[in-house]
Design a protein around this ligand. Structure first.
Ligand code: F6P
Length: 356
């Protein structure tokens, strides 16, 4: 058997751990593993190489992806000709042609929601496919965890620890902007782990008045305030803070500025100085936590198992603490956001935190 593997979408701590586990587990079963470079762009344009054991040793703890990735390429709606003037083209037949030319029996696609939707379409088009859920946002449907999330939360917690000591020293209100466009899991868990006083999520539009009153009450008690705000959080009636649009990308919005926007709204209402920090890609880079290394390894082994049993059209998933799989059709196009009344929201309320 010859099995392709690719990493699509944004990078994420643990991608290399999955590549290593998939490759070693498949090689144990006598398969050849073909690494496709730069995600679905490599499948479309024909970039790949055989993954041999030396290339996948020593990469378990390495951030990024040895295969490269791309979050702008959808072979079913390709915009690489001229984004501004040309309509998207379905070039999936060319991509399938490369899979045939390489002699691939199946493909393991490691990626987030956009990549899983593309993977599902390739599976329906006749390429036997298994998905592995990746994203620091932890927002893929039907899996309780994606690898990369724990590593991102650890970065947020450490950043909040650092911001807290400077906030206390200066008696400031400090905002920390995390990633998370539509799902606030990183801000919620990171905020709780880093003892934030205010946690603002995309799912719950906030009231500037409520946040300002909360900060002012703390100010009156001589307390600084730490605010953990997701990049997708916004005041009621306000849109997302969009920095740029990438037309034609499966992932067209680039967010940024949520913290600065709230900083500007709060400053005139408070005596203390209000400052903000944006964590950005520090949450996606670097080495995975031990939890993510183990989860990524479990996912990689489970994906190899699905391939060897011929169970295609499925995505590996963690449900409870069991590693199983779900139909790609059930994942594609669905996001898992923080539901109203979630236990962590209730915990935050029980501690007297402000949720906007
Ligand atoms: O989906 C993962 C994610 O990190 C989001 O939280 C964030 O909005 C986006 O990727 C950023 O993508 P890029 O690196 O392409 O700007």
């Amino acid at each position: 058997m010859k099995i392709g593997v690719l990493t699509g979408g944004g990078d994420c701590p643990g991608l290399n751990a999955v590549i290593r586990a998939v490759t070693l587990a498949l090689q144990q079963q006598g398969a050849t593993v073909w690494g496709i470079e730069r995600g679905f762009r490599g499948l479309l344009e024909g970039g790949g190489r055989e993954l041999l054991r030396p290339e996948v040793s020593g990469i378990l703890a390495e951030g990024g992806t040895i295969l490269g990735t791309d979050n702008t390429c959808d072979p079913f709606a390709d915009r690489s000709a001229d984004r501004a003037t040309q309509p998207p083209r379905d070039r999936s037949a060319e991509a399938l042609g490369h899979a045939r030319a390489w002699g691939l029996d199946a493909l393991v696609a490691i990626g987030g929601d956009g990549s899983m939707a593309i993977a599902h379409r390739f599976h329906e088009a006749g390429l036997p496919l298994v998905g592995v859920p990746k994203t620091i946002d932890n927002d893929l449907a039907h899996t309780d965890r994606t690898f990369g999330f724990d590593s991102a939360v650890a970065v947020v917690a450490e950043a909040l620890d650092r911001l807290a000591t400077t906030a206390r020293s200066h008696g400031r209100v400090m905002l920390c902007e995390t990633m998370g466009r539509y799902a606030g899991w990183i801000a919620l868990e990171g905020g709780l782990a880093g003892a934030a006083d205010v946690i603002l999520l995309p799912e719950r539009p906030y009231s500037v008045d409520a946040v300002a009153d909360f900060c002012a009450a703390r100010e009156a008690q001589g307390l600084s305030t730490l605010i953990c705000i997701a990049e997708g959080a916004h005041a009621a009636g306000q849109g997302l803070a969009v920095r740029a649009h990438l037309p034609g990308s499966p992932d067209p919005l680039r967010l940024g500025g949520a913290a600065e926007r709230l900083q500007n709204a709060l400053q005139p209402r408070l005596r203390s100085e209000v400052r903000s920090a944006v964590l950005g890609h520090t949450q996606r880079g670097g080495t995975p936590t031990a939890f993510d290394r183990v989860l990524a390894t479990r996912f990689g082994v489970a994906a190899a198992g699905l391939v060897s049993r011929g169970e295609f059209g499925r995505m590996v998933a963690l449900q409870g603490n069991a590693c199983g799989s779900v139909a790609l059709a059930d994942v594609a196009g669905h996001n898992r956001v923080v539901p109203e009344g979630h236990e962590l929201l209730r915990a935050a309320e029980a501690l007297g935190l402000c949720l906007g």
